[in-house]
Ligand binder design. Structure first.
Ligand SMILES: Nc1ncnc2c1ncn2[C@@H]1O[C@H](COP(=O)(O)OP(=O)(O)OP(=O)(O)O)[C@@H](O)[C@H]1O
Ligand SMILES: [Mg+2]
Length: 283
């Protein structure tokens, strides 16, 4: 009996958050590095279904770094990272698009459906969801930056209770494909939709300091300092940049959390202390 009361207490402790977040838009970036094993993937899908069932409008943007590496290696295509971004040549962009849009996108979409919610997998090429141009004058090859997001498409799917699942492939003026860093894709989508929250699931407990301790709360000054002294490096650079872009554009909070922990999304959203790093907006 006591255990049952405790369960009821736990469920009720989420009530204020459920009330607060009803009808709000959350963009959730599901990092390739957090797509680890079947159990975690299923737990992720169940968390997303739960958010959706309590009235949160969820959009999933996914990465796929690990799987892309695996396929590039199999096909003997070289790729390197510069400023935390994958330099993407012509051979690599075809593989990146196939893995993101064909493999990972459909796996996540099918998993969400299996766990009880309607979901539609998209890339930036569907109804020009993500219009892009080449980034940095082409110094990263076919890496693009997003100029416009087709929010009409996203809103109409969400209004019909579909969860959009987005592969970060942008489309150029001539219909060419661009590899978009998934963190920056999530921030473009969150900004365009004026989302309430953007949440990044990755393979660390959040942003770590030089002693590898979690930093629970960050702001622009601290982020700049940590980037300058090299504490924030590699794939964490576009992630913190994406967080800053979002909060400056009016997204209320940006979170970086550990996707290796089951139900980390629920722990971050529905508990007072949360479990990862948070970058708060001004308002
Ligand atoms: N200060 C830091 N704190 C935490 N992680 C850091 C830091 N600096 C660099 N990193 C690196 O950033 C990585 C996370 O970014 P990464 O791009 O590898 O994953 P992801 O974005 O979740 O996945 P994907 O790029 O496939 O979507 C960590 O595994 C870690 O190695
Ligand atoms: Mg990354």
């Amino acid at each position: 009996m006591q255990r049952k009361s405790r369960t009821a207490e736990i469920i009720l402790s989420a009530l204020p958050y459920i009330r607060k977040f009803k009808d709000k838009v959350f963009v959730i970036k599901y990092g390739g590095s957090a797509q680890i094993d079947e159990e975690l993937k299923n737990d992720f899908a169940r968390d997303i279904v739960l958010l959706s069932m309590v009235g949160i409008k969820v959009i999933v943007v996914h990465g796929g770094g690990k799987k892309i590496n695996e396929y590039l290696e199999r096909l003997n295509i070289k790729s390197e990272f510069k400023d935390g971004l994958r330099v993407t040549n012509k051979d690599a962009i075809d593989t990146v698009e196939m893995v993101l849009s064909g493999l990972i996108n459909k796996e996540i979409t099918a998993l969400l459906f299996k766990h009880g919610t309607k979901a539609v997998g998209l890339s930036g090429k569907d109804s020009e969801l993500l219009q892009a141009t080449v980034l940095g004058g082409g110094k990263y090859g076919f890496v693009g930056e997003i100029h416009s997001v087709n929010i009409e498409l996203l809103n109409s799917l969400m209004n019909q209770e579909y969860i959009p699942v987005i592969a970060p492939i942008g489309v150029g003026l001539e219909g060419e494909s661009y590899n978009i860093n998934a963190d920056l894709c999530a921030s473009a989508v969150a900004k365009a939709l004026k989302a309430d929250k953007v949440i990044f699931l990755t393979d660390t407990s959040g942003v770590l300091d030089k002693n590898s301790e979690l930093i629970s709360k960050l702001d622009e000054n601290l982020i700049n300092e940590l980037k300058q002294n090299g504490t924030i490096s590699g794939g964490m650079i576009p992630k913190v940049d994406a967080c800053l872009e979002c909060v400056k554009a009016g997204v209320k909070n940006a979170h970086i959390i550990d996707g290796r922990i089951s139900h980390s999304i629920l722990l971050e959203i529905f508990t007072d202390s949360g479990i990862g790093s948070i970058i708060k907006g001004q308002i």
